[in-house]
Design a protein around this ligand. Sequence first.
Ligand SMILES: [Zn+2]
Length: 346
Amino acid sequence: MINVEEYKDYYFSVVTELLRCPSPSGYYREIAKVVEGYAKELGAAFRLTAKGCMVLSVKGKDSSKKLGLSAHADTLGAMIRGILPDGQLSFTKVGGPQLPTLDGEYCTVMTRSGKRYTGTFLSKSPSSHVYSDSATRPRDDGNMYVRLDEVVASADDVRKLGIESGDYIFIDPKTTVTESGFLKSRFIDDKASVACFITLLKIMKDKGLKAAHDFDMLITVYEEVGHGAAYVPEGLASMLAVDMGCIGSDLNCTEHDVSICAKDGHGPYDYELTTKLINLAKENNLSYAVDIYPYYGSDIGAMWTAGHDVPGALIGTGVHASHGMERTHFDGIKNTIALVSLYLGI
Ligand SMILES: [Zn+2]
Protein backbone atom coordinates (compact mmCIF):
# COMPACT_ATOMS: atom_id res chain seq x y z
CA MET A 1 0.00 0.00 0.00
CA ILE A 2 1.43 3.39 -0.98
CA ASN A 3 2.27 5.91 1.74
CA VAL A 4 0.43 9.14 0.91
CA GLU A 5 1.08 10.84 4.26
CA GLU A 6 4.64 11.82 3.32
CA TYR A 7 3.23 13.67 0.27
CA LYS A 8 0.98 15.98 2.28
CA ASP A 9 3.00 19.14 1.57
CA TYR A 10 3.38 18.18 -2.08
CA TYR A 11 -0.38 17.63 -2.42
CA PHE A 12 -1.27 20.95 -0.80
CA SER A 13 1.20 22.85 -2.97
CA VAL A 14 -0.20 21.27 -6.17
CA VAL A 15 -3.83 21.76 -5.23
CA THR A 16 -3.21 25.39 -4.22
CA GLU A 17 -1.57 26.10 -7.58
CA LEU A 18 -4.51 24.51 -9.43
CA LEU A 19 -7.12 26.31 -7.33
CA ARG A 20 -5.53 29.69 -7.94
CA CYS A 21 -5.51 29.16 -11.71
CA PRO A 22 -8.90 30.30 -13.08
CA SER A 23 -10.75 27.71 -15.18
CA PRO A 24 -14.53 28.16 -15.38
CA SER A 25 -16.10 25.65 -17.82
CA GLY A 26 -14.80 26.27 -21.34
CA TYR A 27 -11.76 28.38 -20.32
CA TYR A 28 -9.01 25.81 -20.08
CA ARG A 29 -5.74 26.91 -21.71
CA GLU A 30 -4.16 28.33 -18.55
CA ILE A 31 -4.86 25.27 -16.42
CA ALA A 32 -3.95 22.89 -19.25
CA LYS A 33 -0.47 24.45 -19.28
CA VAL A 34 -0.10 23.83 -15.54
CA VAL A 35 -1.21 20.20 -15.86
CA GLU A 36 1.01 19.67 -18.91
CA GLY A 37 3.99 20.91 -16.88
CA TYR A 38 3.35 18.32 -14.18
CA ALA A 39 2.74 15.54 -16.75
CA LYS A 40 6.10 16.22 -18.40
CA GLU A 41 7.94 16.38 -15.09
CA LEU A 42 6.33 13.12 -13.90
CA GLY A 43 6.75 11.06 -17.05
CA ALA A 44 3.17 10.88 -18.34
CA ALA A 45 2.48 11.40 -22.05
CA PHE A 46 0.23 14.46 -22.46
CA ARG A 47 -2.18 15.46 -25.17
CA LEU A 48 -4.92 18.03 -25.45
CA THR A 49 -8.05 17.03 -27.37
CA ALA A 50 -9.53 19.47 -29.89
CA LYS A 51 -12.19 20.43 -27.30
CA GLY A 52 -9.62 21.02 -24.57
CA CYS A 53 -9.68 17.81 -22.52
CA MET A 54 -6.31 16.72 -21.16
CA VAL A 55 -5.25 13.10 -21.55
CA LEU A 56 -2.31 11.81 -19.50
CA SER A 57 -1.23 8.33 -20.60
CA VAL A 58 0.94 6.01 -18.53
CA LYS A 59 2.25 2.55 -19.42
CA GLY A 60 1.64 -0.29 -16.97
CA LYS A 61 3.13 -3.76 -16.56
CA ASP A 62 0.64 -5.15 -19.05
CA SER A 63 -0.58 -3.37 -22.17
CA SER A 64 -3.28 -5.88 -23.13
CA LYS A 65 -5.89 -3.65 -21.49
CA LYS A 66 -6.21 -0.01 -20.54
CA LEU A 67 -8.05 1.51 -17.57
CA GLY A 68 -9.56 4.98 -17.49
CA LEU A 69 -9.66 7.63 -14.80
CA SER A 70 -11.38 10.98 -15.06
CA ALA A 71 -11.53 14.21 -13.07
CA HIS A 72 -12.57 17.69 -14.12
CA ALA A 73 -10.45 20.83 -14.10
CA ASP A 74 -13.33 23.17 -14.93
CA THR A 75 -15.08 25.08 -12.18
CA LEU A 76 -18.14 27.22 -11.64
CA GLY A 77 -17.94 30.86 -12.66
CA ALA A 78 -19.87 33.61 -14.37
CA MET A 79 -19.94 35.60 -17.59
CA ILE A 80 -20.97 39.18 -18.29
CA ARG A 81 -24.55 39.25 -19.55
CA GLY A 82 -24.83 42.99 -20.02
CA ILE A 83 -23.37 46.36 -19.11
CA LEU A 84 -25.84 48.44 -17.09
CA PRO A 85 -26.35 52.19 -17.80
CA ASP A 86 -24.50 53.13 -14.58
CA GLY A 87 -21.44 51.14 -15.63
CA GLN A 88 -21.99 48.08 -13.47
CA LEU A 89 -22.22 44.55 -14.82
CA SER A 90 -25.07 42.06 -14.95
CA PHE A 91 -23.98 38.45 -15.17
CA THR A 92 -25.04 34.91 -16.00
CA LYS A 93 -23.87 31.81 -14.12
CA VAL A 94 -21.45 29.30 -15.60
CA GLY A 95 -22.49 26.02 -13.99
CA GLY A 96 -24.36 26.16 -10.69
CA PRO A 97 -22.65 28.37 -8.08
CA GLN A 98 -24.87 29.04 -5.05
CA LEU A 99 -25.56 32.72 -5.68
CA PRO A 100 -26.29 33.71 -2.05
CA THR A 101 -22.70 32.65 -1.22
CA LEU A 102 -21.36 34.98 -3.94
CA ASP A 103 -22.75 38.10 -2.27
CA GLY A 104 -19.66 40.11 -1.34
CA GLU A 105 -17.17 37.85 -3.13
CA TYR A 106 -14.24 39.31 -5.02
CA CYS A 107 -13.82 38.44 -8.68
CA THR A 108 -11.83 39.22 -11.80
CA VAL A 109 -13.23 40.11 -15.21
CA MET A 110 -11.10 39.01 -18.17
CA THR A 111 -11.60 40.64 -21.56
CA ARG A 112 -11.22 38.69 -24.81
CA SER A 113 -7.90 40.49 -25.32
CA GLY A 114 -6.68 39.18 -21.96
CA LYS A 115 -6.93 42.34 -19.80
CA ARG A 116 -8.04 41.69 -16.23
CA TYR A 117 -10.04 43.95 -13.92
CA THR A 118 -11.09 43.21 -10.35
CA GLY A 119 -14.59 43.60 -8.94
CA THR A 120 -17.10 42.37 -6.36
CA PHE A 121 -20.39 40.46 -6.61
CA LEU A 122 -23.06 42.42 -4.72
CA SER A 123 -26.78 42.56 -4.07
CA LYS A 124 -28.57 45.41 -5.86
CA SER A 125 -29.51 46.57 -2.33
CA PRO A 126 -25.93 46.46 -1.04
CA SER A 127 -25.97 49.02 1.77
CA SER A 128 -27.67 48.50 5.15
CA HIS A 129 -27.87 52.27 5.63
CA VAL A 130 -29.76 52.95 2.42
CA TYR A 131 -31.99 49.99 1.48
CA SER A 132 -34.73 48.58 3.74
CA ASP A 133 -34.44 45.22 1.93
CA SER A 134 -30.65 44.91 2.09
CA ALA A 135 -30.91 41.73 4.19
CA THR A 136 -33.94 40.23 2.49
CA ARG A 137 -33.62 41.00 -1.23
CA PRO A 138 -33.24 37.69 -3.12
CA ARG A 139 -29.67 36.78 -4.02
CA ASP A 140 -30.17 35.74 -7.65
CA ASP A 141 -28.80 36.91 -10.96
CA GLY A 142 -31.67 39.38 -11.43
CA ASN A 143 -30.95 41.02 -8.09
CA MET A 144 -27.15 40.95 -8.07
CA TYR A 145 -24.46 42.59 -10.15
CA VAL A 146 -20.69 42.99 -10.33
CA ARG A 147 -19.19 46.28 -9.10
CA LEU A 148 -16.09 47.00 -11.12
CA ASP A 149 -13.04 48.50 -9.38
CA GLU A 150 -12.59 51.11 -12.12
CA VAL A 151 -13.80 54.69 -12.38
CA VAL A 152 -16.86 54.14 -14.55
CA ALA A 153 -20.18 55.97 -14.63
CA SER A 154 -21.70 54.68 -17.87
CA ALA A 155 -21.77 51.67 -20.17
CA ASP A 156 -19.50 53.59 -22.55
CA ASP A 157 -16.87 54.02 -19.81
CA VAL A 158 -16.88 50.24 -19.33
CA ARG A 159 -16.62 49.51 -23.05
CA LYS A 160 -13.62 51.86 -23.27
CA LEU A 161 -11.82 49.44 -20.94
CA GLY A 162 -12.41 46.70 -23.53
CA ILE A 163 -15.05 44.93 -21.42
CA GLU A 164 -17.97 43.39 -23.33
CA SER A 165 -20.83 40.93 -22.86
CA GLY A 166 -19.52 37.39 -22.99
CA ASP A 167 -16.35 38.10 -21.00
CA TYR A 168 -15.58 35.58 -18.28
CA ILE A 169 -15.82 36.48 -14.59
CA PHE A 170 -13.51 34.43 -12.34
CA ILE A 171 -14.67 34.01 -8.72
CA ASP A 172 -11.84 34.30 -6.17
CA PRO A 173 -11.32 30.81 -4.67
CA LYS A 174 -10.01 32.05 -1.26
CA THR A 175 -7.83 28.94 -0.95
CA THR A 176 -6.63 28.25 2.60
CA VAL A 177 -4.84 25.25 4.11
CA THR A 178 -5.15 24.95 7.89
CA GLU A 179 -2.71 23.52 10.45
CA SER A 180 -5.38 20.94 11.28
CA GLY A 181 -5.23 19.48 7.75
CA PHE A 182 -8.29 21.10 6.18
CA LEU A 183 -8.36 22.54 2.70
CA LYS A 184 -10.98 25.26 2.41
CA SER A 185 -11.59 26.90 -0.91
CA ARG A 186 -14.06 27.27 -3.70
CA PHE A 187 -13.72 24.68 -6.46
CA ILE A 188 -12.30 21.81 -4.40
CA ASP A 189 -14.87 20.21 -6.74
CA ASP A 190 -12.98 18.98 -8.64
CA LYS A 191 -9.44 20.33 -8.51
CA ALA A 192 -8.88 18.27 -5.36
CA SER A 193 -9.11 15.18 -7.59
CA VAL A 194 -6.84 16.56 -10.33
CA ALA A 195 -4.25 17.15 -7.60
CA CYS A 196 -4.82 13.55 -6.38
CA PHE A 197 -3.86 12.32 -9.88
CA ILE A 198 -0.72 14.48 -9.98
CA THR A 199 0.29 13.36 -6.48
CA LEU A 200 -0.20 9.71 -7.43
CA LEU A 201 2.01 10.18 -10.51
CA LYS A 202 4.64 11.80 -8.27
CA ILE A 203 4.53 8.87 -5.81
CA MET A 204 4.80 6.38 -8.69
CA LYS A 205 7.79 8.22 -10.14
CA ASP A 206 9.60 8.63 -6.80
CA LYS A 207 9.06 5.01 -5.77
CA GLY A 208 9.43 3.43 -9.22
CA LEU A 209 5.91 1.96 -9.10
CA LYS A 210 3.98 0.65 -12.09
CA ALA A 211 0.26 0.08 -12.52
CA ALA A 212 -0.95 -3.41 -13.44
CA HIS A 213 -2.21 -2.13 -16.83
CA ASP A 214 -1.82 0.91 -19.03
CA PHE A 215 -4.06 3.78 -17.99
CA ASP A 216 -5.33 7.12 -19.25
CA MET A 217 -6.21 10.02 -16.96
CA LEU A 218 -8.83 12.16 -18.69
CA ILE A 219 -9.13 15.68 -17.27
CA THR A 220 -12.26 17.29 -18.64
CA VAL A 221 -13.15 20.98 -18.97
CA TYR A 222 -16.96 21.03 -19.41
CA GLU A 223 -18.12 18.76 -16.54
CA GLU A 224 -19.97 21.51 -14.68
CA VAL A 225 -22.12 22.14 -17.75
CA GLY A 226 -22.84 18.46 -18.40
CA HIS A 227 -20.72 17.22 -21.31
CA GLY A 228 -17.19 16.90 -19.91
CA ALA A 229 -16.54 13.25 -20.73
CA ALA A 230 -18.76 13.09 -23.83
CA TYR A 231 -15.43 12.20 -25.46
CA VAL A 232 -13.28 9.50 -23.87
CA PRO A 233 -10.08 7.88 -25.22
CA GLU A 234 -10.47 4.71 -27.29
CA GLY A 235 -10.21 1.23 -25.81
CA LEU A 236 -10.93 1.75 -22.10
CA ALA A 237 -11.86 -1.39 -20.13
CA SER A 238 -13.48 0.75 -17.42
CA MET A 239 -13.70 4.34 -16.27
CA LEU A 240 -13.38 5.57 -12.69
CA ALA A 241 -14.53 9.16 -12.26
CA VAL A 242 -12.90 10.87 -9.28
CA ASP A 243 -15.05 13.79 -8.24
CA MET A 244 -16.28 15.31 -4.98
CA GLY A 245 -18.11 13.07 -2.49
CA CYS A 246 -21.32 14.50 -1.00
CA ILE A 247 -21.80 15.23 2.72
CA GLY A 248 -24.99 16.07 4.59
CA SER A 249 -28.54 15.02 5.54
CA ASP A 250 -28.76 11.21 5.79
CA LEU A 251 -25.48 10.57 3.90
CA ASN A 252 -22.66 8.61 5.55
CA CYS A 253 -19.56 10.42 4.25
CA THR A 254 -17.37 12.89 6.14
CA GLU A 255 -14.38 14.99 5.05
CA HIS A 256 -12.15 12.18 6.31
CA ASP A 257 -13.51 9.47 4.00
CA VAL A 258 -13.35 8.46 0.39
CA SER A 259 -16.94 8.38 -0.78
CA ILE A 260 -18.10 5.64 -3.15
CA CYS A 261 -21.26 6.63 -5.00
CA ALA A 262 -23.73 3.79 -5.66
CA LYS A 263 -26.30 6.01 -7.39
CA ASP A 264 -26.72 9.69 -8.16
CA GLY A 265 -29.59 11.83 -9.45
CA HIS A 266 -29.31 10.17 -12.86
CA GLY A 267 -29.17 6.53 -11.76
CA PRO A 268 -26.92 3.74 -10.51
CA TYR A 269 -23.22 3.27 -11.31
CA ASP A 270 -21.79 0.01 -12.66
CA TYR A 271 -22.62 -2.68 -10.09
CA GLU A 272 -19.51 -4.89 -10.46
CA LEU A 273 -17.03 -2.02 -10.54
CA THR A 274 -18.67 -0.28 -7.57
CA THR A 275 -18.68 -3.55 -5.59
CA LYS A 276 -15.01 -4.10 -6.45
CA LEU A 277 -14.15 -0.61 -5.15
CA ILE A 278 -16.09 -1.19 -1.91
CA ASN A 279 -14.25 -4.50 -1.39
CA LEU A 280 -10.86 -2.93 -2.11
CA ALA A 281 -11.58 -0.15 0.40
CA LYS A 282 -12.73 -2.66 3.02
CA GLU A 283 -9.85 -5.11 2.56
CA ASN A 284 -7.26 -2.32 2.79
CA ASN A 285 -8.81 -0.65 5.83
CA LEU A 286 -9.51 2.62 4.10
CA SER A 287 -11.95 4.97 5.73
CA TYR A 288 -14.80 4.98 3.19
CA ALA A 289 -18.54 5.53 2.87
CA VAL A 290 -21.05 4.27 0.31
CA ASP A 291 -23.67 6.87 -0.50
CA ILE A 292 -26.48 8.02 -2.77
CA TYR A 293 -26.07 11.58 -4.09
CA PRO A 294 -29.57 13.00 -4.59
CA TYR A 295 -28.85 16.07 -6.75
CA TYR A 296 -25.74 15.15 -8.66
CA GLY A 297 -24.48 14.13 -12.08
CA SER A 298 -20.95 13.19 -13.12
CA ASP A 299 -18.72 12.64 -16.11
CA ILE A 300 -19.77 8.96 -16.12
CA GLY A 301 -23.28 10.12 -17.00
CA ALA A 302 -21.82 12.35 -19.74
CA MET A 303 -19.81 9.39 -21.06
CA TRP A 304 -22.82 7.05 -21.06
CA THR A 305 -25.17 9.61 -22.58
CA ALA A 306 -22.66 10.12 -25.39
CA GLY A 307 -22.91 6.40 -26.14
CA HIS A 308 -19.65 4.89 -24.86
CA ASP A 309 -19.90 1.19 -23.94
CA VAL A 310 -17.60 1.43 -20.89
CA PRO A 311 -18.50 0.49 -17.29
CA GLY A 312 -18.14 3.44 -14.93
CA ALA A 313 -17.97 4.17 -11.20
CA LEU A 314 -17.55 7.28 -9.07
CA ILE A 315 -15.47 8.00 -5.97
CA GLY A 316 -14.03 11.11 -4.30
CA THR A 317 -13.05 12.80 -1.09
CA GLY A 318 -15.93 14.06 1.04
CA VAL A 319 -16.55 17.76 0.32
CA HIS A 320 -18.60 19.86 2.70
CA ALA A 321 -20.85 22.73 1.46
CA SER A 322 -20.37 21.89 -2.21
CA HIS A 323 -20.77 24.63 -4.83
CA GLY A 324 -20.55 27.09 -1.94
CA MET A 325 -17.58 27.60 0.41
CA GLU A 326 -16.24 24.08 0.18
CA ARG A 327 -13.96 22.22 2.58
CA THR A 328 -12.30 18.82 2.75
CA HIS A 329 -9.55 17.22 4.85
CA PHE A 330 -6.27 15.56 3.95
CA ASP A 331 -7.66 12.32 5.44
CA GLY A 332 -10.27 12.18 2.67
CA ILE A 333 -7.60 12.98 0.08
CA LYS A 334 -5.33 10.20 1.40
CA ASN A 335 -8.13 7.63 1.23
CA THR A 336 -9.03 8.76 -2.28
CA ILE A 337 -5.46 8.50 -3.61
CA ALA A 338 -5.14 5.08 -1.97
CA LEU A 339 -8.35 3.79 -3.58
CA VAL A 340 -7.31 5.12 -7.00
CA SER A 341 -3.97 3.31 -6.65
CA LEU A 342 -5.77 0.07 -5.71
CA TYR A 343 -8.07 0.40 -8.75
CA LEU A 344 -4.95 0.71 -10.91
CA GLY A 345 -3.33 -2.32 -9.26
CA ILE A 346 -0.36 -0.38 -7.87
ZN1 LIG B 1 -17.48 17.95 -9.77
